[in-house]
Design a protein around this ligand. Sequence first.
Ligand code: HEM
Length: 490
Amino acid sequence: MLSEILLGITLIIFVVYLWVKKRFRYWSDLGFLQGDPSFPMGTLSGVGTKMTNAEKLNVYYREFKGKASFVGLYNFLSPIILAIDPEFVKNILVRDFQSFHDRGMYYNKEDDPLGVSTLTLNGQEWKERRVKLTPIFTSGKIKMMFDIVDIISNKLARILEDEMAKSNDLEMRSWLQKFTIDNIGNVAFGIEPNCLEDETTEFTFYCRKMINGSFLEAIKFLFSVEWPDLARKLHLTFINKEVGDFFLKTFIQTLDDREASQIDRNDFVKLLLGLKNTYTKDQLAAEAFLVFAGGFETSSTLMTFALYELALHPDIQDRLREEILSGFEDNDGKLTYEMLVGFKYLDMVVNEALRKYPPIPIPMRKCRTTYQIPGSELVIPEGTIVQVNLLSLHYDPEYFPEPENFDPERFNEENVKNIKPYTHLPFGEGPRNCLGMRFGLMQSKIGIVKIIKSFKVSPCEKTSIPVKLKPASPFLAPNDGMWLNLTKIE
Ligand code: HEM
């Protein structure tokens, strides 16, 4: 009996072994070049513990650049494609968008209403939401929110100064997160989170919980992208359940309060309420949550890394400060939207920071129909995820010589014309690119302006140089926070 059981187990292991072996030949059997997978992580081994997903994809990008325009990889046992050539990137994101309009992100309508939004939805449902939301993000509407962000940025500068009474070495990432939470809480939720003043609030607690990804969360994320049907059966949620419940309750309360009070405020709540005849409350809450989740971490990441580079490059910092101070001088000491948009050097600094540190490093699309790759015999099967790794394109010395150098001049009026199309894509590209780019840029630029105007920023003993990325975070994040020294400019 025992020998029969052992024989059975051996047979099962052998069959599984043969199946996995065959699975890991999926791309080569289809004629693609492929990375070398291993069980059980496929080509993801080391991701979440030793390195970020983007850093791992970069290993394959470098291995296959010059050999192919794309390469087959494996997220666990699931075959995916990594784009290498910018022309191929263009085909996926723009030219052949009709085959690639889904992002292939996981959502679970039943257990996680907040996770069902423009970011995650597919097909016609995505299209309808995107069309309705687009007018909310025009520059005219974003401009209306300028005053709210401007007021909060003054509070940030004041509070940083108070903090400096205790120490001039500050962990800037958390201060910048508090700034963007206060901004987004205000404009998306119509509430005043007051994180800058009191970080023990419930709101801050749930914001932090949302982004402090663990290894387990990273694996859950990858698992649900690869096996969405199974993940739904297991009731896995895209958003942590506790976090989701809190924000759903908060936003529905905000909508009810706003309707009852008839208060008129220039914020996303007002703009979203304009859609209330075509959306359910859950759907409106999901979009507000998306604005919130997409809006606070990305912008604080951008500011964090921009300040880090400015601290390491005092000459660049001085030149930026000169531009800012002369703008204020010409405008009676007041920041305006037009002035912010007119800061050319600031724009170059921000673009260079986004090159070196794209906050969302891996835009992806799911192939809706079998796709014949132009100029090739090869066919991408329906349902395949295609990933574009921004870290690879942005650090490719062919497109950005000496890529480790922080050099805003790459983006001056003359040089910017020579950047190869589809090699600098911090906001993605095509009909499914970032919807909140203008707001993200506005709040990040205001934050940088207010800090550089008032403080000299330098590295301190606790600054990690070079910066190490947090392996388990799907966003780009510094592993050890961002410690910088601030001194007040009198
Ligand atoms: C520096 C700030 C930001 C960066 C770098 C950034 C980057 C990105 C990237 C790379 C994507 C994927 C694009 C693609 O797949 O082609 C994206 C999507 C998106 N972002 Fe942003 N983002 C930022 C700020 C914001 C803000 C402030 C909001 C909201 C107010 C926002 C809302 C969205 C939405 C709704 C999508 C999904 C669009 C769709 O699927 O139709 N983002 N973002």
